[in-house]
Each structure stands twice: as C-alpha cells, then as structure tokens.
Design a protein around this ligand. Structure first.
Ligand code: NDP
Ligand code: DXP
Ligand code: MN
Length: 363
C-alpha cells in the first residue's frame, strides 16, 4: 500500500491548481495538501485552505518560494503562470521533493540553471504533451529514441492565413477549441507560441536535439504526443483532453491514479486527423527553435517579450499580429552577455520587458 504523499500546490487558484485539488479531494488515501499558494486571490486561497485543512499558505512568487523552503513535502506542483515561477521551481528542486511541473516557463527560462539543480527524474512533466512523452518513453531505452513528435491543436485560428489574423480580438484568441485553460497559455496556444515553448521544454526535459523534435497539428487533442523509436515504431499516448490525467501522474509518479479520467469511447465512430504546421501563418515554432538552439538567455528573452506582448494585446494596446512581431524584434535585438546565472537571467528578462514595452508604446 502506497504512503500518503504530502503535496504543495503553487498556483492553487488557477486552472491547473483547482484541477489538482479535485484530484486530491477524490484520492485522500494517496495525497494530502500541506501548502497552497496563489498570486493575489487571497479570498479563494482562504476557502481552499479551510476546505483542505491547510495551515501554510502564501501569496506572490517570493512567498511561494519561502513556503516551499519551509514546509516539508513529497511533491511540489508548480501551477504558477509565467516566468515568475522560476524561484519556486528552483526552491522545490533544492528541497529534494518531486517537482510536478506545469509551469513550463520556469524550465524554459532557467534552462541550464534548472537542470543543474534537478536530480535525474526529479522533474515530472505535467504539460500534457510532455506527460505523454514521459509515458511513451517507458516503452524503450533512451538510445532507442529517434524522434519526439509533439501534437498541437492548432488553436482557434487553425487553417487561417497570416493576413486574416490582423483584426482578431482577445475574445476570439481565448476561444480554444479543446482545452479550458488560463489566459496566458490559451493566448499562447492561439499564436502557437505555446508549442514553441513546448519544443524547448521537450528538448530540456528529454535531452533530444532540436532537429529530432517535430510538431504535427492534431485538432482533436486526443493524441497528446508521440515517441518514434529506431525500429520505426511510434508509441503515442491517447486520452480525452482532460488535464486531471497528467496532473495525477505528476502527483503520483511513477504510479497511476485509478479512475482519474474517462477513457476513450470506442463504441462510437470518430476520426483523428493530423496535418503539417503552417509555418508562414504561425512562425512561432520556428522562432522558438532558433531561440532554443541559441540557448543562454535567449529563451528567457523570448518568453519575457511574449508575456509583455500578450498582456498588451489583452489591454487593447496592440493588435494580434503585433504579439509575435514584438517578440521577434526583441529577440533580434538581444545581445547575450557571458555565463548563464540567476543575475544574468534577471538582467536579460528586465531588458526584454523594457524593450518590448518600448516597441508596444510605439505602435
Ligand atoms: N491550464 C492548463 O490546462 C495547462 C496549463 N499549463 C501551464 O500551467 C501553468 C498554469 O497555467 P493555468 O493554470 O492555466 O494558469 P491560470 O492563469 O489559470 O492560473 C495561474 C495561477 O498562478 C497564480 N499566480 C499568478 N501570478 C503569481 C505569482 N506572482 N505568484 C504566485 N502565484 C501566481 C494565480 O494566482 P491568482 O489566482 O491569485 O492570480 C493562479 O493560481 C502555466 O505555466 C501554463 O502554461 C500547461 C498545460 C496545461
Ligand atoms: C493542455 C496543454 O498541455 C496545453 O499546453 C495545450 O498543449 C494547449 O493546446 P495547444 O497549444 O496544442 O493548442
Ligand atoms: Mn501543453
């Protein structure tokens, strides 16, 4: 019989956080919440703390980091949105707890810094594609892996030309076809920046070079990603689009949590389709690969510029196509300086946000 795992949930008021609490509430014999954190929503945090009998809570990224350092836990689920999750990610790794990582930005931005602190197997991906790959990798040895194939839903604007996207509204960008998620990741899915970030995330998690990581568009979001092996076999992970499955695997890794999600229904006819990514209409994946290969502070600059541009788009300050144009211009202007350290990262991120803000103000 497995022991009850003590879990800290960072970003507990968000999409990932609330679904994690659903999983835990349904499995009290497997998990117990010992810490909760949010950004600003103190009211909801207090309700959650009361419901789960949690004493230790935190608001903001710095306090989330302190919470992780001061409360003993077996698993830390980082469900914070944005690169502000880097401090809590590093703190969780330093405690030796398992890190169930939804906050992809912290790994992408921290890159080598995060990898240096992480013990082998300490980071368990919660992002659906990377959870799928982690599951598929159980089917073969690392040297037998030829290629990773990430699936992308294609977002709400799949099939459209770049020109036709000029006047799309925030409301349209938030109409994700298959997933119900927070504002930033949903917007990033529409621009395909999310897939670009996920390619970098896959490279960092699984040590596969960029020229062996592909993206295919799969609008149904049922195949969550695939691993191609050297003998030509491809292992895909399939399940209805429901984040409670990868969240439960993140919390219980390497064990599965029974009954957490509905399985696929084979009694009705249905079709899964795949199509190539339209790089002209959606250049984000190409740009992200370039940034990932450049490594160092480039991924942090890419992400910070995108965070600024996404916020500006939702504030009505720029148009939809300006998001990626801003990111591209900031990346092009970046001059990396020396070794990757926490300080050089902070410096590069601050520079990227200022540069993006200047470009946004000039629109
Ligand atoms: N939602 C999903 O299905 C998926 C999400 N992800 C990734 O998971 C992460 C979370 O996404 P999602 O749950 O959708 O986002 P949400 O916007 O729904 O939730 C974000 C959470 O982070 C908290 N937060 C925001 N800023 C801070 C801060 N400065 N310090 C501490 N906490 C903060 C928010 O608190 P408050 O409510 O107080 O603002 C909230 O709890 C992202 O990295 C995303 O890319 C990956 C795959 C799927
Ligand atoms: C559920 C999840 O993991 C999201 O990151 C998802 O990938 C978004 O969908 P697309 O980016 O494929 O549109
Ligand atoms: Mn994903």
């Amino acid at each position: 019989m497995a022991t009850v795992r003590r879990v800290i949930i960072l970003g507990s008021t968000g999409s990932i956080g609330t679904q994690a609490l659903d999983v835990i509430a349904a499995n009290p014999d497997r998990f117990r919440v010992v810490g909760l954190s949010a950004g600003r929503n103190a009211e909801e945090l207090a309700v959650q703390a009361e419901r789960f009998g949690v004493v230790d809570t935190a608001l903001g990224a710095d306090d989330s980091e302190l919470l992780v350092r001061s409360v003993e836990a077996d698993v830390v689920l980082n469900g914070i949105t944005g690169s502000v999750g880097l401090g809590p990610t590093l703190a969780a790794l330093e405690t030796g707890a398992l890190l169930a990582l939804a906050n992809k930005e912290s790994l992408i931005v921290g890159g080598g810094l995060v990898k240096r602190v992480a013990a082998p197997g300490q980071i368990v991906p919660v992002d659906s594609e990377h959870s799928a790959i982690a599951q598929a990798l159980r089917a073969g040895a690392p040297e037998e892996v030829r290629r990773l194939v990430l699936t992308a839903s294609g977002g709400p604007f799949r099939g459209r030309s770049r020109d036709s996207l000029r006047d799309v509204t925030p409301r349209q960008a938030l109409a994700h076809p298959t997933w119900d998620m927070g504002l930033v990741v949903t917007t990033n899915s529409s621009t395909l920046v999310n897939k670009g970030l996920e390619v970098i995330e896959a490279h960092l998690l699984f040590d596969v070079p960029y020229d062996r990581i592909d993206v295919t568009v799969h609008p149904q979001s049922v195949i969550h990603s695939m691993v191609e092996f050297v003998d030509g076999s491809t292992i895909a992970q399939a399940s209805p689009p429901d984040m409670r499955l990868p969240i439960s695997l993140g919390l219980g890794w390497p064990d599965r949590v029974a009954g957490v999600g509905a399985p696929l229904d084979w009694s009705t006819a249905h079709t899964w389709t795949f199509e190539p990514l339209d790089d002209e209409a959606f250049p984000a994946v190409r740009l992200a690969k370039k940034v990932g290969m450049a490594s160092g502070t480039y991924p942090a600059v890419f992400n910070a510029a995108n965070e600024q541009a996404v916020a500006a788009f939702h504030a009505g300050a720029i148009g939809y196509l300006d998001i990626l144009e801003t990111v591209e211009r900031v990346v092009d202007a970046h001059v990396p300086s020396g070794e990757l350290t926490r300080e050089s990262l902070v410096h590069a991120e601050e520079w990227a946000r200022r540069k993006a803000d200047t470009l946004i103000a000039a629109r």
